[in-house]
Design a binder for this molecule. Structure first.
Ligand SMILES: [Zn+2]
Length: 465
């Protein structure tokens, strides 16, 4: 009888152990993704859509989207707050120093060669640098993916490209609303509906261009935000018309914000050639005249001299040796970064020989500056409705997308814990259900045990009598 009791106890104990899930994040993701049915996902980036751009314009479609889904107060982009680095963070979940796309420009300090944003898109080795974008990971796990104009679409990554793609021609007009509609028709009607793709990234070059040219406070920028708003309405209507509303999640976000540039008489501009003691003869390679951040490679033996001169040259210019960059910026530990990094305060830009950049708005500033924060909206079957959430870092969008797609993420710098509360069925709720199940099993086991002991005792008494 004693042996029988022991056997029953060990059986109950082993079944309880088997019911306890592993607690590491990958197995959490797997357990959840196998439970839920996978929905399709559309990631949209409106370049340079600052977090508060909907506050001085009527945006009925963005408001409706917030009612139907999730709105974050803002998202913090990675530093450097410019287009290619930030978009590659969205695609990889890695900080810029870890994915290595450190600038919009590709450059070679030996040959002095520089490639601007568009040409840099076609330098495979610049992008294919150890971090896989989410399209490739998803394809390797059996999903069908596409990308239209999204930065990072053109290169080949370890021999693979995104399955269906459209790269814009060299002199593409990024502001034309008719083209936007054609691109949306293609993504929703052809790629998602006809070709049954699982995941698509879609990029629009506005309101960045309007913000640069006219400034973030201009009527032209507000007009462009209304064009973005109409486009959001158009996208959601197209999705409805193709019967995809209940099967497609949409995330809309941006790579950075925009800040007003102070000019001429208003401020003392930062012009390196005018700084006493500074000489371009001491510099082997420079990346300047690109908004508020510059990089310098001084000639052999000149680093200390250049550093000391620039360090005290202007109250709104911050000069760092690369290894002394603030750790929170995650813009230090990469061999592609040049030894001296120059960062201007909001309102200022860094000029080399003389001012050549007359933009009224700029980005690239410290990502703690509120003007650099971007917007974030999400709607779809996996998102809660009418929920406003606290700010989070853009680096966390990647694990969220992997979770929604039910794929195992690559190593990344984000975490699902920062966004899971916006989902209808969160991991914590499922863990709670699991814990209730374990509790009930334990109670049932205990009652069975009591029952067996009681029966045993009465039988034992019976045999003695
Ligand atoms: Zn941008």
């Amino acid at each position: 009888m004693l042996l029988l009791c022991l056997a029953v106890i060990s059986l109950i104990a082993s079944s309880l152990c088997a019911a306890v899930p592993a607690r590491d994040s990958v197995s959490e993701l797997q357990s959840v993704s196998t439970i839920s049915t996978r929905n399709k996902l559309l990631l949209i980036s409106f370049d340079g859509f600052r977090w508060d751009y909907d506050q001085d314009v009527e945006t009925p479609n963005l408001d409706k989207m917030a009612q139907d889904g999730v709105k974050a107060a803002y998202v913090t982009p990675p530093f450097l707050t410019i287009t290619s680095p930030s978009h590659f963070t969205m695609l990889t979940g890695r900080y810029v120093e870890n994915h290595g796309v450190i600038h919009n420009m590709w450059f070679n300090t030996t040959t002095q060669e520089k490639k601007q944003y568009y040409d840099a898109q076609f330098v495979d080795s610049y992008w294919d640098n150890g971090s896989l974008p989410i399209w490739i990971t998803a394809q390797r796990q059996g999903l069908k993916t596409g990308s239209l104009h999204f930065p990072g679409t053109a290169p080949t990554y370890t021999g693979e490209t995104v399955m269906v793609r459209q790269v814009e021609p060299r002199f593409y007009n990024h502001s034309n609303e008719t083209d936007w509609k054609m691109n949306i028709d293609k993504v929703i009607g052809e790629w998602f509906h006809k070709n049954d793709l699982d995941f698509v990234t879609l990029y629009f070059g506005e309101p960045d261009l309007a913000g640069h040219e006219y400034g973030p406070d201009s009527p032209e920028r507000r007009k462009m935000v209304q064009q973005v708003d109409r486009t959001v309405g158009y996208i959601r209507n197209k999705i409805r018309d193709h019967g995809l509303t209940d099967r497609l999640n949409i995330i809309i976000t941006a790579d950075h914000g925009m800040s007003k540039v102070l000019r001429g008489g208003q401020v003392e501009e930062i012009i390196l050639s005018k700084i006493p003691g500074f000489s371009f003869r001491d510099i082997q390679f420079q990346l300047l005249d690109y908004g508020p951040v510059g990089m310098l490679l001084p000639k052999e033996g000149m680093l200390e001299k250049v550093y000391k001169v620039l360090k005290v040259s202007h109250p709104h210019l911050h000069v760092y040796k690369k290894e002394k960059m603030p750790a929170r910026l995650h813009y230090s530990n990469n061999p592609r970064l040049l030894p001296l990094i120059l960062i201007a305060d909001p309102g200022y830009i860094i000029n080399g020989f003389f001012p050549v950049n007359y933009n009224k708005g700029e980005h690239g500033f410290d990502n703690e500056d509120m003007d650099m924060k971007a917007f974030f909206r999400a709607v779809g079957p996996d998102f809660k409705k009418a929920v406003a959430v606290d700010p989070f870092d853009l680096v966390n969008v990647y694990p969220l997308m992997c979770h929604l797609l039910g794929i195992n993420p690559e190593i990344n710098d984000g975490h699902l814990k920062h966004t899971k509360h916006m989902l209808v069925s969160t991991i914590s709720e499922e863990n709670y259900q699991m814990e209730v199940l374990i509790g009930l099993s334990a109670l049932a086991g205990f009652l069975v045990l009591v029952f067996i002991i009681a029966i045993s005792c009465s039988m034992w008494k019976g045999t003695r009598a």
